[in-house]
Every structure is written in structure tokens, then in C-alpha cells.
Ligand binder design. Structure first.
Ligand code: SAM
Length: 212
């Protein structure tokens, strides 16, 4: 499957499983988002970690039930190892081929999508993923991703140097994919880079489901 192939041929495969500065940075960003939005980790018991790497972000929060969505089956082992003493139960789903569970049977307190959306193989895939996320109705959604103020872009073919950067979304258009959510925290944009001549920046957001 396309998304499996992208990830399996990448050099990043091991670096994002091992604890290192990049993980520390993402943990700090997630914590900054939670504190900016006044969300206590003690209230986050059921976590959906979509694109978990080594599961370090979930490990940092802890809770009762952890749902892991990944496209590389053998990440499961390391994620379980890293998270097992922080959760009562862990469920792993190989979601390649957009094979998402229709429901998770639990109220999800927070979904974490950190450094994963830009790996998704097309804009349509991102839209489908966000649609699916809407179905799970997490109370909060924490996202770190590469965005642009320009037009959406997707990679048309695999190239070694852009292998893992498969799409970039316009930041405002992206927010429209979560119509039942409002942004309750956002961190400063990180330095702009260029991808396929598009000016991109990395930014983190926390969304909250609008209570009706
Ligand atoms: C760069 S790591 C991010 C890890 C972690 N979220 C963090 O911020 O440290 C990307 C993770 O997303 C997974 N992944 C890649 N494409 C995916 C997709 N389409 N759906 C779900 N997970 C995906 C990778 O296997 C890996 O576990």
C-alpha cells in the first residue's frame, strides 16, 4: 500500500522511534498546547495517538486506554513497550489502506496527530482521515503539522528527497476539515521552509469539540 511503502523506504523509520531531541521537542510542544488551553493531563484518560512513532507523546500523558493508529505493524512492539506501564490497556490498529475501525467504543479525551499528516500520501487521504477523526468525536485534538498560506499541494510521485513530505495544506482550509471544533490553543509558527517552491511552516494547534 502506498502509505506503507512511503514509510518503509524512509530513513526516518528508526529515528522517530528512539527518544531524542526531536521527541523531546514534540513533548514540550504538546505540553505547551495543553497548558495554553488549560487542559489537565489528569483529565485525559482515553487517548488516540494517530502516527505515534515510539509512542512517546502518549507515554508522557499516560491514562487508562490508548489507541494507536500506525501503518507500520512492527512499530507496535516498541509502542507497547514504551507505553505499557502508563496505560491499563493498549489497542493497536494497522490503518494502512485507510482501514480505520468504524468506532472505538470509548469516549476519546484527546487525539494526538503530531508530525503525521504531512506523511499522508494525498490530500484526499488527509480529508478522509479527518472525516474519520470527526466520527470518533474526541474532546480535544492536538495537531502538529507542516502548513502553508498558499495553495494545497500534494506529491505526485515518490522522490527520495521529499519521500516523507507528501502533502502540504493551506492552514485555513485544513481547519475547515474540523467543522465541529474550535481552536483553543496555537503555538508560534516555526521557521518557514520551502517544499516544491511552496513556503511552509510548522505549527501546532489544539482544537476542542464545540459543545452543543
Ligand atoms: C514522524 S513520526 C511521528 C511520531 C510522533 N507522533 C511524534 O511526534 O514524535 C510519524 C509516525 O506516523 C506513522 N505514520 C506514517 N504515515 C501514517 C499514516 N498514513 N497513518 C498513520 N500513521 C502513519 C509512522 O509510522 C510513525 O509512527
Amino acid at each position: 500500500m502506498k502509505e506503507k511503502k512511503i514509510w518503509e523506504q524512509s530513513d526516518e523509520i528508526n529515528s522517530h522511534l528512539k527518544f531524542g531531541k526531536h521527541i523531546e521537542k514534540n513533548i514540550n510542544l504538546l505540553n505547551d498546547l495543553l497548558s495554553q488551553a488549560n487542559v489537565s493531563k489528569n483529565d485525559l484518560n482515553h487517548i488516540l495517538d494517530w502516527g505515534p512513532g515510539g509512542g512517546w507523546l502518549s507515554r508522557d500523558i499516560g491514562g487508562r486506554k490508548l489507541f494507536l493508529f500506525d501503518v507500520v505493524e512492527n512499530h507496535e512492539l516498541i509502542q507497547r513497550k514504551n507505553c505499557k506501564d502508563k496505560f491499563e490497556q493498549i489497542e493497536f490498529y494497522d490503518v494502512s489502506g485507510e482501514n480505520y475501525p468504524s468506532s472505538l467504543n470509548y469516549d476519546i479525551d484527546i487525539a494526538i496527530m503530531f508530525s503525521v499528516i504531512y506523511h499522508m500520501p494525498s490530500l484526499e487521504y488527509v480529508k478522509n482521515a479527518m472525516e474519520q477523526l470527526n466520527i470518533y468525536k474526541p474532546k480535544y485534538i492536538a495537531i502538529r503539522n507542516v502548513f502553508t498560506d498558499e495553495n494545497n499541494w500534494e506529491c505526485s510521485e515518490f522522490e527520495k528527497n521529499t519521500f516523507l513530505r507528501m502533502n502540504v495544506m493551506n492552514v485555513d482550509k485544513f481547519a475547515q476539515l474540523l467543522p465541529e471544533y474550535e481552536i483553543i490553543g496555537k503555538l508560534k509558527r516555526r521557521k518557514a521552509t520551502f517544499l516544491n517552491n511552496i513556503k511552509c511552516f510548522s505549527q501546532s494547534f489544539i482544537f476542542k469539540r464545540i459543545e452543543k
